[in-house]
Design a protein around this ligand. Structure first.
Ligand SMILES: Nc1ncnc2c1ncn2[C@@H]1O[C@H](COP(=O)(O)OP(=O)(O)OP(=O)(O)O)[C@@H](O)[C@H]1O
Length: 845
């Protein structure tokens, strides 16, 4: 009994802070009880299960018998094994069982053994971060279930209604459980070559069915106090009331709860933009005293009704550049055009984003901006991985829609009534346009645009562009150079044979004007102003070692590591965790809930588990590491990321710009380091030179020596060599763990193949016979050797590593590790000491 959709709430300490329970008599006779009256105990879930499809948590229960009567199932427990809430006891609401419970019911005899076994196995198999997950599991597992805290604001009647709804829902589920078959797991890409990013947008229905954390996670205080619904979407009939309250979560912090804007702030730089006093005061609350360059140039054009293509470097405030005019327009139309003739609400804008995380981030950013407005707009995010039905309900009320093309098109193409309203939007915003209009996203984006342009009257002919009510806004930090010239009017559009090139795709956007306004806020450099770039050369097989060394040599930072494959993420996370570093994973093969959890943990302070968005750069309270594919390269605005490591060289110059752009945002400083194998050296220099070419041509720096703009980091190889032993050992342990996991899967596959070939299955024999040899057979050999390590051998290796990590490494402070880059900062206050803290970077202290 392992898989469970329950909320990963920490089991409350007995007695302390718990609601009163009715005294139960110590009667041994068992009687039927409801699922949520049982004394479930939460057990910690190892990090590796973040990727496990359908696996949301572990809970155990003892002493319960499951009795099946026809298609009904009863849980029999002694009174001492139950908790029966009094009127005011709502602790049961934390424990809404999910689909997996149904599987359990159908297959389990009620024993806790299997759960425990699975947990033990998982704990053994995977290195666990010392950063104990408990702290944030309480709230952070993403289930949509309210914590007991959330029920505090309810009236007695509301509480009762909620309990009734829940009871009904559980009864319905238990009934269903008797017939239930185990749910098919969502397929996870094992592709080692490339993260398909959000190509799975339209994919797994099961995934979409799993409701997760509130859209407005980061949302305002008032919202957090709001009542939310239990998670089960399948039980929508039973929990109608709760759905309503869920929809109300799009609530903004009330003006009276917000900090007063600092009256001494000089906001005069915003005056030329002619913004409304309400919005100006909201901007003041955010502390933004002047518009960024792209904001100063784009906002007036958009407010003038122009179609705009905006280009500006990463982290330069493009989100507000396109959002402020949308909100201004929304404020202006408030009260004048609230609904269509049939009474339906018309959204003012549709924003398209290439990734789910970015869509949610844009929504959060706009919510922050609108928090002080007396009546803020209703913002709805429409992305894969979250409940589609919930999004459909929210869409009907939306003023602003922010979506990924896959899910958006899925809903629109289902003949939803939303189509009519969408045809009347005033703004279509395409963020990260060059990404979104390429790489498999365009098909859906094109369909969306076509559907928006189709005449509502005829359903066939397209409206004339000039008759359309909508402005189109397209933004990115990178548009290819030829296109930029064309946009700037230096060259003609020639669409013959363009296929899927950007210009062709931009044309497809059907701008209202023949020539949209092209604004390039950073014509000379694509890179952020305060970004330092470095390159470390190392052997192809030494990247793990150099990754570890680079992270250690830049301590006390939030580090984002980019790889080109999902499998590399899957390998590097446990490796770094084995070395006591708090590493988390982000790639598109993960469940959306796990993606969000990784991001939250990355943003949180590993010591306290608290979000640390307000720490100032350089502050020693953040030490988290995110290992990600390019799904994290675009748009993400995470505070205090000050080191980017390209474990794999990016595939394109634009990817390099965007990955590196996750640091040095707004006016912050940051460093980007490429790890580069000998064979990659020339192509990497070329790739980076491409990014800097314009700037260097402009300032006359294009000498052979410094043409790339990237400094080669003179890392101390002797110091790196001292780290080798621990990395080799950690790698051996991780490889053994991963090989064992993979082994069983592969054996299955081989058995099947042998079956099809009509031969007896014996992997050794087959391999000897050369049936499985060929490309990758060396790696297979290695995997096989790793797999053969016994548990005792792995345990002894772990012990040796622990001992190794507890030993200090002499750093030799007189040596320079990072050339001239950050060596002063590096050694400040920690002369020779920092590597002594390698056993957890102080996290264990
Ligand atoms: N006028 C301003 N003054 C100071 N900070 C600002 C201003 N406008 C936006 N910011 C902040 O700058 C940061 C970067 O903004 P944003 O995410 O919009 O960048 P971007 O240009 O879209 O970057 P990317 O190209 O990476 O998507 C955000 O944290 C935002 O709050």
């Amino acid at each position: 009994m392992v898989a469970n959709k329950r909320k990963l709430s920490k089991a409350p300490a007995a007695g302390a802070g718990q609601p009163k329970r009715r005294k139960t008599q110590a009667v041994e006779k068992k009687r039927p009880v409801s699922v949520d009256a049982l004394q479930w105990k939460t057990v910690d879930v190892p990090e590796m299960f973040d990727d496990a499809e359908g696996f949301f948590g572990l809970e155990e229960i003892e002493g319960v018998e499951i009795v099946r009567e026809g298609d009904k199932v009863k849980f029999m427990a002694a009174a001492k094994d139950t908790k029966e809430p009094e009127e005011d006891d709502f602790s049961g609401f934390d424990d809404t069982p999910g689909d997996a419970d149904q599987i359990d019911v159908a297959s389990s005899n009620g024993s806790s053994k299997l759960r425990k076994k699975a947990q033990k196995k998982a704990e053994k198999a995977v290195p666990q971060s010392d950063d104990d997950d408990d702290a944030d599991d309480d709230d952070d597992d993403g289930d949509d279930e309210p914590s007991t805290l959330e029920t505090k604001g309810l009236t007695k009647g509301q509480k009762k209604a909620k309990r009734m709804a829940k009871k009904k829902m559980l009864e319905a589920k238990a009934k269903k459980a008797a017939k239930a078959k185990p749910a098919k797991p969502v397929p996870v890409s094992d592709d080692d070559s490339k993260d398909p990013e959000d190509a799975q947008e339209t994919a797994p229905k099961q995934e979409a069915k799993k409701d997760i954390k509130k859209d407005q996670k980061k949302g305002p205080k008032k919202e957090q106090k709001k009542v939310t619904k239990p998670v089960e979407k399948e039980a929508s009939v039973e929990i109608e009331d709760d759905e309503d309250s869920e929809l109300e979560t799009n609530v903004f912090t009330a003006v009276e709860d917000l900090p007063e804007p600092d009256e001494d702030l000089d906001m005069s730089a915003w005056v030329p933009l002619n913004l409304s006093p309400q919005l100006l005061s909201s901007i003041a609350r955010l502390g933004f005293t002047k518009p960024t360059r792209i904001q100063a140039s784009a906002i007036p054009e958009i407010m003038d009704g122009r179609d705009v293509i905006g280009k500006a470097s990463t982290g330069s405030g493009k989100t507000l550049a396109f959002s402020i005019p949308v909100i201004e327009s929304w404020l202006a139309r408030m009260g004048t055009k609230p609904a269509a003739a049939d009474g339906k609400k018309i959204p003012i804008a549709l924003f398209l984003s290439p990734t789910r995380e970015l869509a949610h981030q844009i929504a959060d950013h706009i919510k922050e901006l609108c928090a002080g407005l007396p009546t803020p707009p209703y913002i709805c995010t429409v992305t894969g991985g979250l409940s589609e039905q919930k999004q459909q309900r929210q869409l009907a009320r939306a003023d602003i829609i922010i979506g990924t093309p896959g899910r958006m098109w899925e809903i629109m193409s289902a003949g939803s009534a939303i189509l009519d309203s969408l045809r009347q939007i005033s703004f279509l915003v395409v963020d990260e346009a060059d990404r979104l209009l390429k790489d498999g996203h365009f098909k859906e984006a094109e369909e969306i645009i076509k559907a928006l342009d189709r005449s509502a009257a005829t359903e066939e002919n397209e409206d004339k562009p000039e008759d359309r009510p909508r402005q189109t806004l397209v933004f990115s930090a990178t548009f290819n150079r030829g296109l930029q010239q064309k946009l700037a009017g230096k060259s003609k559009w020639d669409l013959k044979g363009q296929g899927e090139s950007m210009e062709y795709l931009l044309k497809k956007l059907n701008f209202r004007e023949e020539k949209p306004q092209f604004i390039d806020a950073n014509p000379i450099s694509q890179m952020a102003e305060n970004l330092k770039e470095g390159l470390i050369t190392c052997g192809d097989m030494e990247k793990d070692l150099y990754l570890y060394a680079t992270i250690l040599l830049q301590p006390c930072h939030r580090t984002l590591v980019f790889t080109n494959s999902i499998n590399s993420v899957r390998r590097l996370v446990p490796l770094l965790q084995m070395l006591n570093l708090p590493a988390y994973a982000l790639h598109s093969g993960m469940m959306q809930k796990a993606r969000m959890r990784s991001l939250e943990r990355f943003k949180a302070n590993p010591v306290t588990g608290q979000a640390s968005a307000n720490t100032t750069p350089g502050q020693n309270s953040t030490n988290t590491i995110l290992i990600a594919t390019d799904v994290a390269a675009r748009g993400l605005d995470i505070p205090n990321v000050d080191l980017i490591i390209h474990y794999h060289v990016p595939r394109s110059a634009d990817d390099y710009v965007h990955r590196s752009g996750r640091t040095a945002r707004a006016s912050a400083h940051g460093t980007s380091v490429l790890l580069c194998g000998p064979k990659e050296a020339i192509s990497t220099q070329r790739l980076v030179a491409k990014v800097h070419a314009k700037k260097e041509a402009k300032v006359g720096l294009a000498t052979k020596k410094n043409a790339t703009g990237v400094r080669t980091i003179d890392i101390d190889r002797k110091l790196v060599a001292r780290l080798r032993e621990r990395v080799v050992l950690a790698k051996a342990i991780t490889d053994a763990t991963l090989a064992k996991e993979k082994g069983s899967k592969e054996d299955d596959w081989m058995k099947k193949a042998a079956d099809e070939l009509g031969v007896d299955y014996d992997s050794d024999e087959l391999e000897k016979a050369g049936m499985w040899s060929g490309r990758g057979s060396g790696r297979k050999e290695q995997e096989k050797a790793s797999r053969k390590l016994t548990k005792a051998e792995v345990a002894s290796m772990k012990g040796a590593l622990k001992e190794m990590l507890s030993r200090r490494i002499n750093t030799g402070v007189s040596e320079s590790y990072f050339g001239n880059m950050d060596v002063t900062d590096l050694l400040k206050g920690s002369q020779g000491d920092f590597l002594g803290k390698v056993d957890g970077l102080g996290l264990d202290d």
